[in-house]
Write a protein that binds this ligand. Structure first.
Ligand code: HEM
Length: 537
């Protein structure tokens, strides 16, 4: 069914101030000087050399020479759209976040979907995780929910992220393959990383081949915190549920579509919005009371685990509608800068060690991707909430700060924010008691790497299980090293014996061949091997 024409919203109005429309206008230089010929360089004589003084040529060429910026180190390929989020109610009993504080309250959003491993120009239908990042332009500042279409992740600690990405990206000597995990370095790493096994089940499942961005679920992955108006905290996991339902394509379809239309998902999103069929998702939360933190047989801080919905049901708290395509891909979709640390009062982090590391990485990468410390001023990134602080200068500064002071504390005024105002509704981190030794050692509560992998595999229908088997046969079939394939079969045998057997048969490996100890890798020297044994056989 067709929705109504998109309404504008506060963020779209804000962006409008930066738009430019040259249609029907005279061409000018960047200085506003009208140009009378844009096709011929200024030369000495009709057949002579181009003159250095040709400022128009120099300006045009210089801008062109610099019009690319680095693609994102991961999630380079993506597509995005504007829209709004509407709260289903007043949720102040669980969070004091203003955008969730009133039934029907609408907040502008920009959402970017992406693949993870491929380059900016790679195919949409690669077997991969999909990014699902939403920037809420709330009245209390920008809130970013930077999630994926799978509820868990490959690793438990941010320290391993550069290794994971080096392993999955094209191999360093020949830059092959461009957008796929089917190669030795990826499976070498995975076969040494038991904690990745749950995510591998998802990544080898149909979830890695979505039919459309609008038919994908989204997940915040980590456990976050909600803080209510009384200051009480609970743990929360975020879910996006597509109203169109969750659908995938088969591998055979994915391969054919990739050949025919590498822009399949981008085009689908664009056309859906263009024709008024606005994609919609409901936002759901799983809430766990603080006192129940330890009642699960996994650790809430472990990003390789999900909370089964049978244990904690998902409560739907609002809806997101994407109803406007970007005006300019580069200005909006490419320059948007998400960060899991962009929070509003009422939402806070947990101590998930993967999340903690992400908090450093995003700003750090954006400093080089977007060229310096002022990328928050780029129109798509600037909040609709007012910005006042003592940050000054830096390359490409746009804001013209008035007055003569830029320090705190300050009693003479003169342009600098007012101290007494800071206490009123300012963000306060949740007070959590922390005690312990400074130590590089993961808690034992993170050590069951297989139960949920098994749960996921065994929850699939026989057809879906076959797809996982076929995906693993295909992927591992591309791996040159016999050792890696054997280690993987050994690892899979801890997930499900039948799965391991079928994969082994497909690879022509004796299903009983198992490396001596497929689990004895990547662990600290003082580890107790019994901590790494699966809880289910
Ligand atoms: C993008 C780092 C884990 C979701 C990125 C970028 C970096 C990064 C550097 C590029 C950002 C940019 O250029 O603007 C990390 C690190 C991780 C991690 C260090 C683990 C330690 C995750 C997880 C999720 C996730 C667990 C999902 C919950 C995304 C998404 C994007 C992204 C959706 C693309 C955002 C966009 O559309 O611009 N990540 N990431 N990442 N990451 Fe992560």
């Amino acid at each position: 069914q067709k929705n109504e024409k998109p309404e504008t919203n506060q963020k779209l109005d804000d962006l409008y101030m930066n738009t430019e429309d040259g249609s029907g206008q005279a061409m000018t230089t960047n200085q506003g000087l009208k140009i009378n010929d844009d096709q011929n360089s200024l030369t000495a004589g009709e057949r002579g050399p181009t003159l250095m003084e040709d400022f128009h040529f120099r300006e045009k060429m210089t801008h062109f020479d610099h019009e690319r910026i680095p693609e994102r180190i991961v999630h380079a390929r993506g597509a995005g759209a504007h829209g709004y989020f509407e709260s289903y109610g007043d949720w102040s009993k669980i969070t004091k976040a203003g955008f969730l504080g009133e039934k029907g309250k609408r907040t502008p959003v920009f959402t970017r979907f992406s693949t993870v491993a491929g380059f900016k120009g790679s195919t949409d239908l690669a077997r991969d995780v999909r990014g699902f990042a939403v920037k809420f332009y709330t009245e209390e500042g920008n809130y970013d929910l930077v999630g994926n279409n799978m509820p868990v992740f490959f690793i438990q600690d941010a320290m391993k992220f550069p290794d994971l990405v080096h392993a999955v990206k094209p191999e360093q000597h020949n830059e092959i393959p461009q957008a796929a995990s089917a190669h030795d370095t990826f499976w070498d790493f995975i076969s040494l990383m038991p904690e990745s096994m749950h995510m591998i089940m998802w990544a080898m499942s149909d979830r890695a081949l979505p039919r459309s961005f609008s038919m994908m679920e989204g997940f915040g992955v980590h456990t976050f915190r909600f803080i209510n108006t009384e200051g009480k905290s609970s743990f929360v996991k975020f879910h996006w549920k597509p109203l169109a339902g969750t659908y995938s394509v088969t591998w055979d379809e994915a391969v054919k579509i990739s050949g025919q239309d590498p822009d399949f998902h981008r085009r689908d999103l664009w056309n859906a919005i263009d024709s008024g069929n606005f994609p919609e998702w409901e936002l759901g939360v799983q809430i766990v009371a603080e006192e129940d933190e330890h009642k699960f047989d996994f650790d809430l801080l472990d990003p390789t685990k999900l909370i089964p919905e049978e244990l904690v049901p998902v409560k739907l708290i609002g809806k997101m509608v994407l109803d406007a395509n970007p005006t300019n891909f580069f200005a909006e979709t490419e320059q948007i800068a998400f960060h899991p640390g962009h929070l509003v009062p009422g939402i806070d982090f947990s101590n998930d060690p993967l999340l903690q590391g992400r908090l450093f990485s995003y700003t750090d990468t954006q400093l080089s991707r977007l060229g310096g410390p002022n990328f928050n001023e780029i129109p798509i990134n600037r909040p609709i909430a007012p910005v006042h602080n003592n940050q000054r200068g830096g390359i490409m500064r746009q804001t013209i700060n008035v007055g003569h002071t830029s320090y705190h504390p300050n009693k003479i005024g003169g342009g600098c924010p007012f101290q007494a105002k800071m206490a009123e509704g300012g963000y306060v981190s949740h007070q959590e008691k922390i005690e312990g030794y400074k130590i590089r050692k993961r808690s034992k509560s993170f050590m069951d790497h297989f139960s949920q992998a098994t749960l996921f595999f065994e929850s699939q229908t026989p057809v879906e299980q076959d797809h996982i088997v076929e995906a693993l046969r295909f992927e591992l079939g591309k791996v040159k090293s016999e050792d890696i394939r054997e280690r993987m079969v050994g690892m899979l045998s801890y997930v499900n014996k039948d799965l391991a057997k079928k994969v082994a048969e497909g690879l022509g490996i004796d299903p009983n061949t198992k490396p001596e100890d497929p689990l004895n890798h990547s662990y600290p020297a003082d580890a107790d091997p019994k901590d790494y044994q699966p809880t289910q056989s």
